[in-house]
Design a protein. Sequence first.
Length: 147
Amino acid sequence: MPARAESAARGTSRSIKPKFPLTLVIMIQGSSCFESELDFCPECGTVLPLPGIQDKVTCPCCSYSIDVRVFEMRVVHTSVTFNSADSTSLKTEDEGSSVKGPLIDRKCPQCGNEGMAYHTRQMRSADEGQTVFYTCVRCKFQEKEDS
């Protein structure tokens, strides 16, 4: 007979204490377990879409609906920032001739200078190493190393 059945048969009981405190959420019909701003669904916590022409705002996750009149006095500010044309244009070799980045003691395979600047980029998937780009401060020779 299992231990639980034996103790029940003898009329004794034992309590099991959880390692972590337990929290019990009691749901009453029509109430929610979330207390949130109007930006979030009170049922599941998902970000709600902006009110449109429809009569209701519906949660895309759980289909909870809120009357659109609740949002009447709400002001939404949006802004769009465009990069300037200068920042997106490619630099020529004459521009930016000074090599930027930290310097390390690495010998340039082209001119033999002892000193190269480097920078890193994540060129491959996130679970692989990053790529290190080295630039000679004297002759501007560039090489890369996959780490």
